[in-house]
Structure formats: structure tokens, C-alpha cells
Design a protein around this ligand. Structure first.
Ligand code: SF4
Ligand code: SF4
Length: 216
């Protein structure tokens, strides 16, 4: 008898909690994958290689991201820019760029290491594949197009969530990127992906011309 009453008491607790949850405020489940839960701003999803507003690629093929990666999953090969039609504002650009997503631990160290903010992360985490080769993202999947759109690995998938792909991860900056003294020590969020709002660095030639002008 005692056992039955304990069982009944347990069922009552389960039933009332279930009704309370279904009834409203405590509901935490969503109709995934039709409905995505909001991600925290610092969520680290798949990477993007960014461009400047003029279409130039930000990656200068320096390999600092590959050196910083604790999972050793980035492979970069830089190539000299053709002065007649440069791909990036630097001397070199990322001719080969690959990330093995099966090894990536989404730590974001590559993003921190990059001197030009070329590589950043989005909120997209759905990257399951049926073979290992598809998990190696190349320039084709990583580099945004000239209009600023990021390629999806599976664009024909009707559940491909382009919003997540276009959502920036956020970085807490201790100082203003512009170097304005008034903001020193003020912590602010800064979204990272997308075309930068500042102009690309001037080329070495332009710098030399400017310094010759200063000397003269
Ligand atoms: S997020 Fe971390 S593990 Fe992934 S590629 Fe970048 S540095 Fe490597
Ligand atoms: S993504 Fe950044 S750190 Fe990596 S090679 Fe390109 S410029 Fe260098």
C-alpha cells in the first residue's frame, strides 16, 4: 500500500510539472530544426574568410592562424599577388586555405591570431556530412563572395540556415579598434564577419610615394 501511494505521489509531481511546462513559461524545447534557438553572441560556429568592401580578400596568406591552431587543422599556402591584378592588399594572398572541421575544436584562436580579421566565425554549427572529404572546407566554402555573401556547404538543403551563417560571432574588445583614447578600457562587443567598414591598408608602393612626398 505504501509503495502504491509513493508511486501515486510521484506520478502527481510528474503530471503537474509536465502541465506547467507545456502550459507556458518553462518551455525550453523548440521545433528543431525548423526553429533555431537564439545563440549567445560569443557562440563559435563555422568559419568565414572575409573581404574588404572593395572586394579585396583580407587573407594575406601569413599562416599565423595555422600556427595558432591547437588542433593543427588549418592548412594555408600563400602566393605572391600579381601587381596587375592583386587579390589582396598585401604582398601575398591565401592561395590555398583549408580547415578540417572534423578536427576543429572551435576555440577561436585562429580568429585571434589573424592580423587582418580575415578569418572569423559565424553562428552556423550544422555541418554534418556523410563522408570525411566534405568536412574539409576549402576557399570555395569559406571565402565570402564579392557581395559579402558566405557560401553554404549545402546550398540546396531546404533547411540550410542562411541567417545563422550570416550572423557574426562577437568579440569583447578591451580597446576601441579605432584607437580613440576616450574608449580606452571600455569593453564593447564587436561583430566580426562581413566586409570591414574601413579601407584596406595602402600598398607598399603607395606608402613609399606618400613618404617620398613627406620628405620632399
Ligand atoms: S577554431 Fe581553434 S581549432 Fe578550429 S581552426 Fe580555429 S584555431 Fe583551429
Ligand atoms: S586567415 Fe589571417 S592569419 Fe590566416 S593566413 Fe590569412 S591573414 Fe594570415
Amino acid at each position: 500500500m505504501g509503495l502504491l501511494s509513493e508511486l501515486w505521489r510521484g506520478l502527481k509531481v510528474t503530471g503537474s510539472t509536465m502541465l506547467k511546462t507545456i502550459g507556458g513559461s518553462g518551455l525550453v524545447t523548440t521545433e528543431y530544426p525548423k526553429e533555431m534557438r537564439h545563440k549567445p553572441q560569443r557562440f563559435h560556429g563555422r568559419h568565414v574568410l572575409n573581404r574588404y568592401p572593395d572586394g579585396m580578400e583580407k587573407c594575406i596568406g601569413c599562416q599565423l592562424c595555422a600556427g595558432a591552431c591547437p588542433a593543427d587543422c588549418i592548412y594555408v599556402r600563400g602566393k605572391e599577388n600579381d601587381p596587375e591584378s592583386p587579390v589582396s592588399p598585401g604582398e601575398r594572398y591565401g592561395y590555398v586555405y583549408e580547415i578540417n572541421m572534423l578536427r576543429c575544436i572551435f576555440c577561436g584562436l585562429c580568429v585571434e591570431a589573424c592580423p587582418t580579421e580575415a578569418i572569423t566565425m559565424t553562428h552556423l554549427f550544422e555541418m554534418s556530412t556523410t563522408n570525411r572529404q566534405d568536412a574539409i572546407y576549402t576557399r570555395k566554402e569559406l571565402l565570402m563572395d564579392e557581395s559579402g555573401k558566405v557560401p553554404h556547404m549545402f546550398p540546396d538543403d531546404e533547411l540550410a540556415d542562411l541567417d545563422e551563417l550570416n550572423t557574426a560571432d562577437g568579440w569583447l574588445r578591451a580597446t576601441a579598434p579605432s584607437g580613440v583614447a576616450a574608449y580606452e578600457g571600455v569593453q564593447m562587443w564587436q561583430g566580426t564577419p562581413g566586409a570591414a567598414s574601413w579601407d584596406p591598408e595602402p600598398s607598399q608602393e603607395e606608402r613609399d610615394r606618400a613618404s617620398e612626398g613627406d620628405d620632399g
